[in-house]
Structures are given as C-alpha cells and as structure tokens.
Design a protein around this ligand. Sequence first.
Ligand SMILES: Cc1cc2nc3c(=O)[nH]c(=O)nc-3n(C[C@H](O)[C@H](O)[C@H](O)COP(=O)(O)O)c2cc1C
Length: 281
Amino acid sequence: MEFLTINPKETALPQLHQYLLGSVGPRPICFASTIDADGRPNLAPFSFFNVVSANPPVLVFAPNNSGRDGSPKHTYLNVKEVPEVVVNVVTFGMVQQMNVAAAPWDKGISEFEKAGFTPVASDLIKPLRVKESPVQMECRVIEIKEFGTGGGAGNLVMAEVLKIHINKDFIGADGKIDQTKIDLVGRMGGSWYCRTTPDALFQLAQPMQATIGYDALPENIKNSQILSANDIGMLAALPAFPDADMVAKVQEKYRTENREETAKKLIAEGSVAEALALLMQ
Ligand SMILES: Cc1cc2nc3c(=O)[nH]c(=O)nc-3n(C[C@H](O)[C@H](O)[C@H](O)COP(=O)(O)O)c2cc1C
C-alpha cells in the first residue's frame, strides 16, 4: 500500500480542491433560497452542507468565494443583507433543474424562473420555499464565519431551523421520513453524484452499549484469511462472548473441518453470535 501525501500549502488550489472534494463525499446538497435587500429571490445549490445540532436545530452550509475569480456568491451577499434562508433538500428528480440554478446568473436574477422551480411563500421568513423539494426548512442565520478573503475561501453560514415543511408522500407508516423513497442525491468529486435508491442503501444499527471490541477477539479470528474486515467487525460489535454452553452446542451443531467458511456463511445470514461461538477455540 502506497500513499500520496499532500501538503495543502504546497498544492495548487484546483488540485487541492479536487483532493478535498473527491474524498469528502458523498455530500448532501442544500438548495438555498435567499433574498437580497431589494427583495429579489435567489436560489443556489451548496454541497458544503450539513446538520450540526438538533437542540437547537442548526444547519451549516458554505457559499464560498469563487475559486476562479475570488468573487463572492450571491447567496453569501444575500444572507449578509437579509439573514434568512430556506434550506431545501435535493432529490434525483430535481437534479437537472438544480444544475440550471447553479449557472452564474447575474445578481438579482431569480433562479426560480431560470430553472423552472415553483416558489412558495414561507410562514416566518421572506425567502421563498421550493415546492418540488420534499423537505423545506425555514431558517434564521445566526452566524457567518469567514475563513479568508481569497479565491476558494469558505464562508460558513450557520442557520437555526425555525420551521420544517415535509411532503407527506415521503412520510412512512412509522411517521419517519422514508429513506427508501426520498431518493436524496449526494455530490462527490468533479461532476460525480450519487443517488440513494433502495439498491444503494444498507442499514447498520449503531451499538448503544460497549461491545466485545476488535482487540479482545481471539487471534485465529483476527488473522483469518477467510473472514473479511466487515465480518470481523460484526464479531467485534457483539455485546459479549458466548458462554461455554453455547460454544459447545454450536460446535456440536456444525461439525465441520472448515469453521471459518461456515462462520462466514452464518455471518452473512445474520447469525453472528453463532459464528463467534463456532470460531471459539
Ligand atoms: C451540486 C452543487 C453543489 C455546489 N456546492 C457549492 C458549495 O458548497 N459552495 C459553493 O460556494 N459553491 C457550490 N456550488 C456552486 C454554486 O452553486 C454556484 O456557484 C452558484 O452559481 C452560486 O449561486 P449564487 O451566486 O446565486 O449564490 C455547487 C454547485 C452544485 C451544482
């Protein structure tokens, strides 16, 4: 394994930009709706975006100075003039129009019109919502952190969510936003994007208590040539080692020469605790 090691200070901006954006991904996309002091609407996508707090609910996104000519984004200028923003999420069905909104339209030109999105009045703030977006969040800008003044410099906008509008078509029977239906898109390096169609999704429940841990696993498991890193990770995620009784029962049940192959199959079937019992020596 060989690594390319980069010193950001000695790397040309376009190349550094590619390394950063090609690695930090997929990034969610904030479709930010703002207005200027004259009340003219603006709409633009930003993938330097995330939710960073639930209590209070806070979103961050970064309309940065252009890497080409250093000019500020209209969205940045607008939130300085009117500290309000609607953050709309972006689905696959919206990407082509969203891309039109990302063109360098003159300040004051409405990307709602240019890209063909339907404006909807917000309840609490002046910027408009995007009707086609399944989730629209009305926000108040609480702080802007500028990281520099040159081309590519970041301007981090922190915004408190005041109201959330969710298209009920995307709410499942359990009352949650259906992750298999919403088809959010992510931005990756260059012009690459990804979708979240059901075939691309997987679930991984986060352990809510301490687990066995990788370091405590027996050497025969850690050194296995048959088990993958994910297989071993699943064994490490079990809450506890099986007791002697279970080990005896499982090893009696699967009388096999090749325990690792059988354990791998058990893990694939979801019988992870049995797999660990089989592998115990
Ligand atoms: C999917 C996508 C994500 C983008 N993310 C960012 C970003 O995070 N920060 C940024 O400054 N520009 C980003 N851009 C470019 C801006 O959307 C583009 O410069 C736009 O014209 C800015 O509009 P404005 O000047 O009306 O604010 C992105 C473009 C696309 C298509």
